[in-house]
Design a protein around this ligand. Structure first.
Ligand code: FAD
Length: 322
């Protein structure tokens, strides 16, 4: 009999996050014959999202709808997902390695006294075993893990496993699961949204990241223009955040976000080890720095030695022509 794998979906502002589809693709890589059961939690109608989950490869979907699930809380979501796990007795549970995935999966794994393979960047097959690849030592090496027994949680790093082609001819059962979500100690008083350029940093295919070399908040404007032309997002080093050139939500690195876009343009960033920990696995890295000895050039595929205030406007103009 094939495995049954649960994939816990994530939505933001009612829109499913791409990492949900990447987690489905990850589950297929674990076992291409497994039954994939999507799990969606929320307080609003999730039927349309459930169809999307099926179109992207799930066989069926379980929806847990409750007022307490409007916004993510550890207590609420763990009760909801635990109830589905009890019902379904899955062989594995897959989720995005996002802020929510990083909070929820260890909590559930600890409760169930079972394993967790976190931050997986790829899954390959070795004979009949799935091998999970994940970065260690701040991305300087990769380790391979296999599951030897029992239910295991797996989180998938966003932007690493390609989603399956959307197939709207697929169909599957969508069921509701009643869960009495209670004893929520966390009270969300207000959700304050940071102004963003619309592209989610952790899921962006192109990132233009600025460092202390950008010199000011004003200096970030040309980076936003370049990111806009490329359909990307703006990120930053901690140096730039500490200097108050931009918000900490943009910070990339060991103590910031870990990103793996197709193209990472590092602008006036020296390449400290803590910054590299968050971006060195990007597919193509372009570094722009006036110091030819800057460490960022050691990880860059393409380097431009020059003044960012001259180079960035020229790049933006060139890309506008394409
Ligand atoms: P700098 O090191 O000052 O580099 C600025 C660069 O800009 C220089 O290379 C300079 O040549 C170049 N430059 C200046 N002017 C121009 C110009 N006009 N044109 C072109 N180039 C120019 N850092 C992170 O980024 N992310 C983290 O998550 C993180 N976590 C940390 C955790 C810990 C525990 C510690 C101790 C540190 C952490 N840091 C982190 C900080 C890290 O060590 C560095 O201090 C920081 O990354 C430096 O930022 P920067 O490269 O922007 O600045």
């Amino acid at each position: 009999m094939s495995d049954k794998l649960l994939v816990i979906g994530e939505a933001r502002d009612g829109e499913l996050r791409n990492v949900t589809f990447e987690a489905i693709a990850g589950a297929k890589k674990i076992d291409s014959n497994a039954e994939i059961v999507g799990v969606l939690c929320g307080s609003h109608d999730l039927n349309e999202s459930a169809q999307e989950v099926i179109f992207h490869g799930a066989d069926r979907v379980v929806i847990v709808k409750h007022d307490h699930l409007e916004t993510y809380t550890s207590e609420g979501y763990s009760q909801a997902v635990m109830a589905v796990i009890d019902d379904e007795s899955p062989d594995g549970i897959v989720m995005g390695h996002t802020a929510i995935g990083k909070d929820l999966t260890p909590k559930l794994a600890a409760k169930l006294e079972t394993g967790l393979i976190s931050d997986t960047t790829d899954i390959v097959n070795d004979g009949d075993k799935a091998v999970f690849i994940r970065p260690i030592y701040s991305g300087k090496a990769f380790e391979k893990k296999v599951i030897t027994s029992g239910l295991t949680f797996v989180t998938i790093r966003p932007n690493n496993i390609p989603v399956l082609d959307r197939d709207d001819s697929r169909s599957g059962e969508v069921t509701g699961k009643e869960v009495d979500v209670k004893d929520i100690r966390t009270v969300i008083k207000e959700v304050i949204r940071k102004a963003s350029d619309g592209v989610d940093l952790s899921e962006a295919n192109v990132i233009v990241a600025g460092g202390r070399g950008v010199k000011s908040a004003e200096g970030f404007k040309p980076l936003y223009e370049l990111a806009d032309v490329l359909g990307g997002a703006v990120g930053a080093s901690r140096g730039a955040c500490d200097a108050e050139y931009c918000d900490y939500s943009l910070q990339i690195g060991q103590t910031g976000k870990v990103v793996t876009p197709d193209l990472y343009i590092a602008v006036g960033i020296s390449g400290a080890i803590q910054h590299l920990a968050g971006m060195s696995n990007s597919k193509v890295i372009v570094a722009i720095n006036k110091d030819p000895e800057a460490n960022i050039f050691n990880v860059a595929d393409y380097g431009i030695v020059g003044d960012i205030f001259e180079v960035i406007p020229k790049l933006t103009e060139e890309f506008k022509q394409v």
